[in-house]
Every structure is written in structure tokens, then in C-alpha cells.
Design a protein around this ligand. Sequence first.
Ligand SMILES: [Zn+2]
Length: 269
Amino acid sequence: MRNPSIAVAVSALALLTPAWAIDFRPSIKDQLKVGKDAAAEIRKKEKVLPDTDIRVRTMRKLGQQIINQIPEAERKQRPFEYTFDVIDSREVNAFALPGGPIFFYTGLLNKMKSLDEFAGVLGHEVTHIRNQHWASQEGDRMKRQLPLAVLLTVLRAGDFAWDLAGLADAVLVGIKYSQKHESEADRVGFDLMTAAGYNPKGMVDTFRMLAGGKKMSDFDRMLSTHPDPSRRADAIEARIKKDGKTYPPLRPLPFAPQPLPKEAPKKPS
Ligand SMILES: [Zn+2]
């Protein structure tokens, strides 16, 4: 630290501000950038279904209904740019990238029966983005890796030098959220999908389906990124019982399972 006045300011700040109180998360702008770059890579590498496909149209309609449940003021303050796409692949999974892109695999859609199941997973994925789960993990990682004085200096400079290209690569390898974030995504996803008029039994059905598919290799990634499906189905069922609310009946998907590509894509190493 060559500039003594910065050194003094940093130590003063370090004394006054406890480390846990400082927000080290990548900014909304950075989250949007990382997510967009990663999504562009995915669109290049994977077979993304056209806008006209009924599965894509259904996903976008449901996605918009879910997003409409987020208060307007919050959406203005944190303007995430949600996008919804379907990848034609045997993988039984769905994932959310920072800033807004959400992808579903046809392998997962083929296992679903109701719009309510679809809306449940969408509510879950939207919550990962809305509650900035990736950014929180990145912020925590920075806190663990860098000495506080260094972090404070970068923060003071107002230019947190994220290696955005490197982050996009990390995102592509597979985002894994903590157990805490997964539970939060289930809980808030439940709120979003029920507010949008769907039946939370759909969420239970999805997790029961995943729990039943344990031995099939196509389920591997979903089970590693979304562990303990039985326990999560139980938690949602318990909440439905406790809340004692009535929900609209389950509605069938407007499309039937489609043939999937023969070869499972290579998993990222
Ligand atoms: Zn998740």
C-alpha cells in the first residue's frame, strides 16, 4: 500500500466495520454480465429449442407468471433479466445462471406431467437468481481467500476487479448451491408458484419423481446439484398440510414427452 492516506483510511474502516457486515457480493451488473456470457456459451454448445417450440412457449409463459409475483419496486431496484430456454438433452435437470438465464433440459420435461411441476421448478430457479445465491457464494469465497485489508482497498477503489471471464467458466462447470440456498429456493419458490395460481403438490411430485430415479445415470447431475429429493418432498408436503390452504387442481402439460437425443452429452469435467 503505497499511499499512506489510503492505508490509514483502510485501517480505520477495518476497525469500524466488522467483516461480516460488508457486502462482498459481485454487483447486479457483474451478475448480469457473468450470466449472459455463460448463457451465450451454452447456446453455442447445446441444442437449444426454437422460440416456436411449445415447450419453450410454455416455459416462457409460466416464467413470466412467476416473475410477475415479485414486487415491482424490487424488480426496479434489482433488474435481473430473466430468460427461459429449453435444451434438447437426456439430462434430467434445470439450472439458473446469475443475473437471469434459466435453462431446462427436455430430459426433465419428459418426466413431468403437470404445469404445476413445471411452475414449481421455475419458482425454485427464479429464487436462486432473485436472492443472488451465486453472488453470495462468490462473496463468501472472496472473504475467505483475501485478507480483509485487501478487500477493503478494492471496495474503496469502487472497482472490484472480478475476473468475469473466469467466473463464466466456473458457472459453466456447474453451479452447486449450498443446502441453505436450496431450502430457501424451495421455500420462496413455493410462495411464487402458489401466488401465480399453481398447486404446490407439483413441487412434491417433482421431488418424488427425482427420488424414484436414483439409479438412472441421467439423474446423476440433478441429484448432485439438488440433493435429498425425498426429504425436500416431505418438507413441502408438511408445509401444505400446516398451511391448510386449498389450491387449484393440477393442470396437465400442453405437450407430450418427446423422443430424446440418443447420446447423453459429455459431462463437464
Ligand atoms: Zn436449486
